[in-house]
Design a protein around this ligand. Structure first.
Ligand code: AMP
Length: 404
């Protein structure tokens, strides 16, 4: 069967999924896996469509020192042991910069352009690009598609896209890009099927995971995001602070003597829920903790989501529905309940039973604003984009049968 491989590479892990393509051109997930602990305790784990274990093996640290080698090892396992030879590979790439408004077929020129965006996502972009480069070097004929977290937001109005900086800087690419676009796009595409009554309306989607942001959708199109130039802005996250007066950064440099690299590391890795609580970046651990600072970090998270909901409702000039997604949004009834309290003034109320069951619609019929929980699926979105681009660019190579 023809397959599409989806790769999502980070600094210490590579996640991958394989989707099969049936005769009608529909995608179904065959397996998911990851190589994590790269550079520390490398481990390859994978499970099939029904959750059955396909691999669970540890490697010595020197066998998988970086993301490039991890891709080679995981790729060899897929090829040699599972006989997976994909039609194409789709990659999650966090930043498309000003150039890319949609997925793109990768070649050396595209890689060079995306490398120029590395300073815009220093902790993600180089790792996203590493497996692309490895595959390009070893399998130059294998089509690869880069799918961007920024692309879904690229049609924002200018007033949402600009910073109040001299125009030249906008031209150079200093813009409010927005992130988690593959997640929002998946939800925007799913709504007509699972909640048609709200799909064409004004919807706030809260993607609440280790990274967190919110997006204002109007008729399924992104019109505003809480994130901006980099994935640091907006809501507090596991280890990132969210919105910060740029004066704080100046203070860290001038008064605290921090070097730019130290500030970068600090803002991406030491702040957010972790910095505030001093306990953990993980919401479940904060909820389990009795430390008052852990409680405060949760209060802060909920408070800021309430504030940003007001901002996005203003951008939409009203609100027709609210959607929760990602790790915290999909799984934590108590956090959803606390956020809903902050949104009461907008007309939000919850059905406690449905909320406790992580149901699809978690508001009662009388809630002025319906509230939904929609599990996101960024990997499926990437697989769909990859297949669509493959068909568009090489229609006669869309299946092995046609190619042969
Ligand atoms: P993600 O990045 O989407 O995988 O989300 C990770 C975050 O979701 C972590 O902070 C987890 O603690 C949080 N999370 C996952 N499940 C739960 C749960 N049942 N209750 C609270 N937080 C959760």
């Amino acid at each position: 069967m023809d397959t599409i491989l989806v790769v999502n590479a980070g600094s210490s892990s590579i996640k991958f999924q394989v989707f099969g393509l049936n005769g009608e051109g529909r995608l179904s997930r065959h397996l998911k896996g990851q190589m994590d602990g790269i550079g520390s305790r490398p481990r390859l784990r994978a499970s099939g469509a029904n959750g059955e274990t396909l691999a669970d093996r540890a490697y010595p640290i020197e066998a998988v020192p970086d993301v490039t080698v991890a891709m080679t090892v995981a790729g060899a396992w897929l090829r040699e042991e599972l006989r997976v030879t994909p039609l194409a590979v789709g990659h999650r790439v966090v930043h498309g910069g000003p150039d890319y408004h949609g997925p793109v077929l990768v070649d050396h020129g595209v890689v060079a352009r995306l490398e120029r965006s590395e300073p815009l996502a220093p902790l993600h972009q180089p790792h996203n690009l590493a497996p692309i480069k490895t595959i390009l070097a070893n399998f130059p004929a294998l089509p690869q598609v880069a799918c961007f977290d920024t692309a879904f937001h690229r049609n924002h109005d200018d007033v949402a896209d600009y910073y109040a900086l001299p125009y030249q800087l906008h031209e150079e690419g200093i813009r409010r890009y927005g992130f988690h676009g593959l997640s929002y796009e998946y939800i925007a595409k799913a709504l007509p099927r699972i909640a048609p009554e709200i799909a064409s309306g004004r919807v706030i989607v809260a993607h609440l995971g280790s990274g967190a942001s919110m997006c204002a959708l109007h008729g399924g199109r992104s019109v505003e995001s809480t994130m901006g130039f980099t994935a640091l802005d907006g809501l507090p996250m596991g280890t990132r602070p969210g919105q910060l007066d740029p004066g704080v950064v100046l203070y860290l440099i001038s008064a605290k003597g921090m070097a730019p690299g130290e500030v970068q590391d600090f803002l991406y890795r030491q702040c957010g829920l972790k910095g505030l609580s001093g306990v953990s970046n993980d919401m479940r651990e904060l909820q389990a903790s009795t430390d008052p600072r852990a409680t405060f970090a949760i209060d802060y998270f909920v408070y800021r989501i309430g504030l940003y909901a007001g901002m996005l409702a203003a951008a939409l000039q009203g609100l027709d529905a609210f959607v929760f997604t990602a790790g915290i949004g999909e799984n934590s009834a108590s956090i959803r309940a606390r956020i809903a309290e902050k949104l009461q003034w907008l007309g939000v109320s919850l059905d406690d039973l449905e909320n406790s069951k992580n149901g699809l619609k978690i508001s009662p019929a009388e809630s002025h604003i319906p509230v939904y929980v929609v599990p996101t699926d960024e990997e499926r979105m990437i697989a769909e984009h990859t297949l669509a681009l493959l068909w568009k660019t090489r229609p006669f190579h869309s299946t092995r049968e046609r190619a042969s």
